[in-house]
Design a protein around this ligand. Sequence first.
Ligand code: URA
Length: 423
Amino acid sequence: MNSIEIITKKKNKLELTKEEIAFMVNEYVSGNIPDYQMSAFLMAIVCNGMTIEETIHLTDIMIQSGETIDLSEINGKIVDKHSTGGIGDKTTLVLAPLVASCGVRVAKMSGRGLGVTGGTIDKLESIAGFQVEATKEKFIEQVNTIGVAIMSQTGNIAPADKKIYALRDVSGTTESIPLIASSIMSKKIASGADAIVLDVKVGSGALMKTIEDARSLAHTMITIGAHYGKPVKCVLTNMNEPLGYAVGNGIEVIESIETLKGNGPTDLEELVLTLGSLMVSIALDCTKEKAIHMLKENLQNGKGYEKLKELVTYQKGDMNQIEQDPYISIKSPKSGFITKIDANQIGEVVKRLGAGRMQKEDSIDYGVGICLSVKVGDFVLENEELVRVHFDGQDISMQEILDCFTFSQDAPEKEPLILEVIE
Ligand code: URA
């Protein structure tokens, strides 16, 4: 078997065998296939897709590349959550402690940024001292002690996905249903949850641009879950404008803290309650209405916020030191309703400011970001603040940021945030 033949076979739209996929993945992980050949292979998959059988093979090979975690030492049902990634998507930072404050054990393994979308682990690292690495034993011990842990995918959980994910981030190979489905499901299956809730983002700021593609991704992940006997529920959510106001690393952590104190943006709160109600109702075997009631109560009485503080302290972070650069305000050039905020373009600008990586080795600038002062549907006056750009001397183009906004004299129809729930 050789890599060029396998790349060519996929380029010619032919179905690969499990042995061929295993050869590419395992030899890449061992360092025998270089980045440029693996990038070509991934690009052939982006262009020509994979059958469901190939996708399940790829998932299986990535699971087998490392160890699987047995969470049976944790009391209670473990329900994991994962997002396909969006702009300003800080949901896990709010959801994990809030759900844990309701008595559900949350053992969460999260990822870094991918393409223009940010990653929970990069965001958490903007908190001074925050540790994202732990052994399997420490991870389980933490969940048993305080009810929640958010760790980086350890080197041993689906290491093939970890290496391929980092390459996809910098090779234009992020937007592919089989690659996303196998990447997410290999980690979720290997990390041992009993059930999985997935937030599938749709729109300009998401990997899936259309509802049809998002549905297809959801069904692919549900099929993979069924293959492993794991129930999967998917929520399709709108990502045409950024989630909440903050897009960056440190500034998203600060917005998450405000949300847990009950002062968060309404879209973020709605999403947290929707995903949280699925997680809590599965884990505690209660109705979704009861779950929503518990979650709302713990947003109001501060128990969710207390749980976040406990989590940060346990993982050695200092909540009083979150990176945030100084900002300048950009003002509106005219009066009118905001009819569109281009999430993808905002993500591009924030990534270029240094919040994401251009190359695998790049380090992140945690303090930069864009904080919106308006959302779609708001009316602004000429010279009113549109955004705050947090930066540290980088080149910024005001015009490029202004171009993210579309104005009209007529109020736009508000798009729903929750598009579909596939149970
Ligand atoms: N999240 C993942 O873990 N993998 C992807 O490919 C996309 C989002």
